[in-house]
Ligand binder design. Structure first.
Ligand SMILES: *Cc1c(COP(=O)(O)O)cnc(C)c1O
Length: 359
């Protein structure tokens, strides 16, 4: 029997991905020139589908990178001259903080314990150029409530706000005018093989990058923001990109459009609710995030303590693979992905199995 991956990433492929991979090979997509008219059309279609799925405003550009990790460096390089404020409440938000610091930026930390969120009602004073928000902290299962984004705009109107939505896009339903950039990698919620990052940036970001370049503060690297945008205008990329994945992303997003993003998003809420409900009633297992307002719908983190290996093996025997705890929580937690490819039936089955587990 085939295994079903509920790991937070890489994860189960979107259920139509296999078909599209076969078609891509039949069409010879990996062999065509990345400068050909045919490939420009593929990029154009992928971007149009993403724009429609996310209802992305016209002042946003859709760019491809190698990963979300790359975007952390590109943001540091192109959007920050000196100062950056980082919400840090887990391993991924901390990695971005460190990336900006390593690139010589003056970083301010607004941190809190794993499983919680830094205090958004007590924001530090300062003229920060950039605010880093992690919408879904994949290491802890904490969701940054998007209603808080308004507070950031009010307090820091000049700052560019960038949102790490790696494990929540396209479930994340955001007002794009309240932020300036959103980014993701495709191996999580989009259900594709790893190796492609998606970076959505608005014109404010472009203006900042132009200012920094004019002052001689940035380097004209192949993936500088300005170069990425210039190439994207012709539906091209600076280097030979992950063509297969760009094609697959366009197709999977088209399938999501046909299903309907509203349905996909409401199913995510439903599936998360049955899992959290079961966990709240469970005698041994508990959700790691105690505040229901901060609980992620797409990555559910469970305190499993000394039962971790037992539960993971029990589920693996039933061909269901869940993720282990991240970093310091390895061995005491499991992490369950609830992505668009996981059907209601599959998720109900997983919930039942966990409920029936007994130590
Ligand atoms: C996985 C993940 C990343 C890193 O993605 P890569 O594709 O490995 O670069 C960044 N942020 C969050 C929240 C993630 O879950």
């Amino acid at each position: 029997m085939r295994k079903l991956y509920f790991t937070p990433g890489p994860s189960e492929l979107y259920f139509t991905a296999e078909h599209h991979i076969k078609m891509a090979l039949q069409y010879g997509i990996p062999s065509i020139s990345h400068r050909s008219k045919q490939f420009q059309e593929i990029i154009k279609e992928t971007k149009a589908n993403i724009r429609e799925l996310l209802s992305l405003p016209d002042d946003y550009h859709i760019l491809f990178t190698t990963s979300a990790t790359e975007v952390w460096e590109r943001i540091s390089e192109n959007l920050i001259d000196e100062t950056s404020l980082h919400f840090v409440n887990g391993a991924f938000s901390e990695k971005f903080y460190k990336a900006a610091k390593n690139m010589g930026k003056k970083v301010t930390l607004l941190d809190s314990a794993w499983g919680s969120l830094p205090d958004v009602y007590n924001l530090p004073e300062g003229d920060f150029e950039h605010i880093a928000v992690t919408h879904n902290e994949t290491s802890t299962g904490v969701n940054f409530p998007i209603s808080h984004l308004k507070l950031l705009r009010q307090k820091y109107p000049e700052a560019l706000v960038t949102v790490d939505a790696v494990s929540s896009l396209p479930i994340l339903d955001i007002n794009y005018s309240e932020v300036d950039a959103v980014y993701a990698s495709v191996q999580k919620c989009f259900g594709l093989p790893a190796g492609l990052g998606l970076w959505l940036v608005n014109d404010r970001c472009l203006k900042r990058a132009e200012e920094l370049e004019a002052k001689g503060k940035t380097h004209k690297t192949y993936h500088s923001l300005l170069n990425l945008v210039d190439q994207s205008k012709n539906n091209q990329t600076p280097s030979t990109p992950n063509m297969l994945n760009i094609y697959l992303l366009g197709k999977v997003v088209e399938d999501m459009l046909n299903r309907g993003i509203k349905i996909i998003r409401s199913e995510a809420v439903y599936k998360a609710a049955i899992m959290y409900n079961m966990l709240d009633r469970h005698e041994v297992l508990t959700p790691f995030v105690s505040d229901p307002n901060l609980r992620s719908n797409t990555v559910i983190v469970v305190d499993t303590n000394e039962h971790t290996d037992d539960i993971m093996n029990y589920l693996a025997n039933k061909h269901m693979i869940v993720g282990g705890g991240y970093g310091k929580k390895k061995g005491t937690q499991i992490r369950i992905a609830n992505f668009p490819t996981h059907s209601k039936e599959q998720f109900e089955m997983l919930t039942d199995m966990i409920e029936q587990w007994s130590n």
